[in-house]
Design a protein around this ligand. Structure first.
Ligand SMILES: NC(=O)c1ccc[n+]([C@@H]2O[C@H](COP(=O)([O-])OP(=O)(O)OC[C@H]3O[C@@H](n4cnc5c(N)ncnc54)[C@H](O)[C@@H]3O)[C@@H](O)[C@H]2O)c1
Ligand SMILES: N[C@@H](CCC=O)C(=O)O
Length: 519
């Protein structure tokens, strides 16, 4: 297949008035379509359920973004059945034809880009630049995995012994259950689903209950791209209602999960249990949480370090698994860096992303009332544990789930410095020296992202070897991994290190087969 080389989708330039005008038009258009109902789609057919999920705008919870079906075990059973049937033909389609569907889906996403951004703003509460980066990432996943499948379609080279031919190739696995989080509702859902589909599997796609409307839009795009009925079965529902059923069922061949450590570990445990009629060891791909640290040593460019700490800590209100939630500062530069961090953080504009001037908003709401309560609880805990140097008590959630950027100066063993908060809360910790800083950074069960700001070559080389994280960044921010450029996934309790957007990702969705013939 002749294709141009892979290249990341460029981000939109919000200083360009034409883009701002298109975004305002998209917000108006999507704003006029809020409140609609979206059924589950199983085998290409709309399926209504008894219950429903009501999705609201986190910046204005009185505004209903949409309603979706809330699947029960009955619909989960239907979806697994249909996916099992569809696997028979889909697994026999050519890799080229499957790749073409991803390329078409990417083209549709490009054409519908501003509309997708508007859904992200309404349902996810995302500032425009965050929404844009995320939709661009969704497009990248489609373009990248299409090419990756073409790279792997004939297998990979291995050695042979004289007189024999050895072949090592990949084949589809079966029915995959895709379970996604709400924080990257277009990118991660698209990425996990497209990887499973392009490798010849059929899927039951369960979006987060907080972003099910975006899930419906993603499902619609795959349908529009020509994916045959039954290959992708869209099953919105609560994890507590259908999660265990989908994971535990004997028809499920693999589970691709992104979300919290708690849910990921439960899935891993349940998937490992053998039940009647089960004919395989289920494979679990699980990407989970983080408590990511940025270390700043005494040789660093302190202005850049402070700016990148703030960007990494407060982008999408800190609701990224990659977010900087710990800044570990060398004692000699502690006061100066903290001062600069405060200056940058105070300049952030908190606001309503769906407004006309949304392009200028840096920090929007957190996603939901439960998340608001959780983050507020950590703010209370932080006040007991340390010194709150920035931030106010959260207001009334009825007015939107807003939590202002918050900084605690704390000891490393404080709860706020150890547990994943997933909100705009940064813990600042003083380290004696670089050794101490690296030790503190590694002192976490998680190991997702991490960063070091330094001009000291020895420090950078040491961190290159010893920083215990799947994605380590030097002298830059620690969020926003680019597909194909910064494959993403964590160590430790951050997951199975699947490295989404990297060369090892697609094989996780296939069975590798060795065939040898003696002549
Ligand atoms: N490592 C990564 O790449 C990555 C990326 C994004 C988010 N995350 C993590 O995700 C978390 C935030 O997302 P969240 O709040 O949606 O996580 P979550 O674990 O609460 O939910 C994730 C998904 O799991 C489903 N679920 C809930 N209970 C289930 C069960 N028993 N069985 C099966 N599925 C179940 C939910 O409905 C949802 O679709 C954070 O911890 C964040 O760090 C990690
Ligand atoms: N891959 C994203 C994070 C995804 C999780 O929230 C990043 O690199 O910032």
């Amino acid at each position: 297949m002749g294709l141009i080389p892979y290249k990341n989708e460029e981000y939109l330039d919000w200083s360009d008035e034409a883009n701002v005008a298109k975004m305002r038009a998209a917000l108006k258009d999507v704003g006029g379509r809020l409140g609609k109902s979206h059924p589950a789609i199983i085998g290409g057919k709309p399926i209504e359920t008894d219950g429903e999920i009501v999705s609201v705008n986190p910046a204005d919870p009185s505004q209903i973004v949409g309603r979706t079906a809330a699947a029960t075990e009955r619909e989960a059973d239907m979806a697994l059945d249909v996916a099992t049937g569809a696997f028979e033909h889909w697994s026999r389609t050519t890799p080229e034809s499957r790749a073409r569907i991803l390329l078409r889906a990417a083209a549709i996403m490009k054409r519908r880009r501003f509309e997708l951004l508007a859904w992200e703003v309404f349902e996810g509460g995302k500032p425009w630049n965050e929404a844009d980066a995320q939709v661009a990432e969704g497009i990248d996943f489609l373009e990248y995995y299409a090419r990756e499948m073409l790279r792997l379609k004939d297998g990979v080279e291995i050695y042979a012994i004289p007189g024999e031919e050895s072949r090592y190739s990949y084949q589809p696995m079966g029915v995959g259950v895709i379970i996604a989080p709400w924080n990257f509702p277009t990118a991660i859902l698209t990425g996990m689903s497209s990887a499973a589909i392009v490798t010849g599997n059929t899927i039951v796609m369960k979006p987060s209950e907080f972003t099910s409307v975006i899930g419906a839009v993603v499902a619609e795009i795959f349908e529009e791209a020509g994916l045959p009925e039954g290959v992708l079965n869209f099953l919105p529902g609560y994890g507590s209602d259908i999660g265990d059923y989908l994971v535990g069922d004997a028809r499920t061949r693999f589970i691709s999960f992104t979300g919290s450590m708690k849910t990921g570990l439960r899935i891993n445990e349940l998937a490992a249990r053998q039940i009647e009629n089960q004919r395989w060891v289920k494979r679990v791909i699980a990407e989970m949480g983080g408590k990511d640290a940025m270390v700043i040593d005494d040789s660093a460019d302190l202005d850049s370090a402070a700016a990148d700490i703030v960007k990494s800590a407060y982008g999408y209100s800190g609701q990224k698994c990659s977010a900087a939630s710990r800044a570990i500062l060398h004692a000699d530069v502690y006061d100066e860096v903290l001062g600069k961090v405060l200056e940058n953080a105070r300049a952030l504009k908190i606001g309503l992303p769906a407004e006309e001037d949304g392009a200028t908003v840096n920090v929007g709401p957190v996603i939901s009332e439960p998340q608001f309560e959780k983050v507020s609880g950590y703010v209370d805990a932080g006040k007991q544990e340390g010194d709150r140097v920035l931030g106010e008590d959260p207001g009334d959630p009825k007015n939107g789930y807003f939590v202002s950027p918050t900084i605690f100066a704390v000891e490393p063993d404080a709860k706020v410095a150890r547990e994943e908060i997933f909100g705009p809360v940064l813990s600042v910790i003083k380290a004696r020296d670089f050794d101490d800083a690296l030790r503190l950074a590694n002192d976490s069960p998680y190991g997702l992202t991490g960063g070091v700001y330094s001009k000291n070559r020895d420090h950078l080389e040491r961190a290159r070897r010893e920083f215990k994280a799947g994605n380590v960044y030097f002298n830059r921010g620690i969020t926003g991994a680019l597909v194909g450029v910064q494959p993403f996934g964590g160590f430790g309790m951050s997951g199975t290190d699947s490295k989404a957007g990297g060369p090892d990702y697609l094989p996780l969705h296939m069975l590798a087969r060795t065939v040898v013939e003696r002549f």
